[in-house]
Design a protein around this ligand. Structure first.
Ligand SMILES: [Zn+2]
Ligand SMILES: [Zn+2]
Length: 136
């Protein structure tokens, strides 16, 4: 039997099933308002995280730019891991590690950073020693 008329459906319900239905609707309404509250909380959290992400993104691109330019490296005062005598002279981008002096870097001709294995997309000549930004 297919019933299209809602008022006719209602007339078919027994008082008992009417009560059960009302109870079900009330439960679902309660669930719905609980979900609405969780959703609002999540939306607030999400907005806060988005703000944080924007800040970090800006900071990261600033630091990445300085790594690219050779102004910043992760191993500022390190000795070359090739000859153990010279200071490191080149910084890999994007990882920011500096492991070799000029001569050893040319000799090694690495495509990936020996420290972190990330591909080397650019070699920056270390311009100056800079304080570590995360300890400042
Ligand atoms: Zn060296
Ligand atoms: Zn690296």
């Amino acid at each position: 039997m297919v019933v299209h008329d809602l008022s006719r459906v209602e007339s078919l319900l027994t008082p008992r099933s009417r009560l059960a239905l009302a109870r079900k609707i009330r439960d679902m309404a309660r669930q719905h308002s609980q979900l609405a509250i969780s959703f609002a909380t999540l939306a607030t959290d999400h907005a806060a995280l988005q703000d944080k992400h924007a800040c970090l993104f800006e900071r990261h691109s600033l630091l990445a730019h300085r790594v690219y330019a050779g102004e910043l490296c992760l191993d500022d005062d390190a000795l070359c891991i090739g000859c153990h005598t010279c200071e490191t002279a080149r910084t890999y981008w994007p990882c920011g590690h500096s492991v070799f002096c000029d001569a050893c870097d040319e000799l090694a001709d690495a495509h990936d950073c020996p420290l972190c294995r990330r591909p080397i997309l650019h070699r920056a000549k270390n311009l100056k020693k800079s304080p570590r930004p995360w300890t400042a």
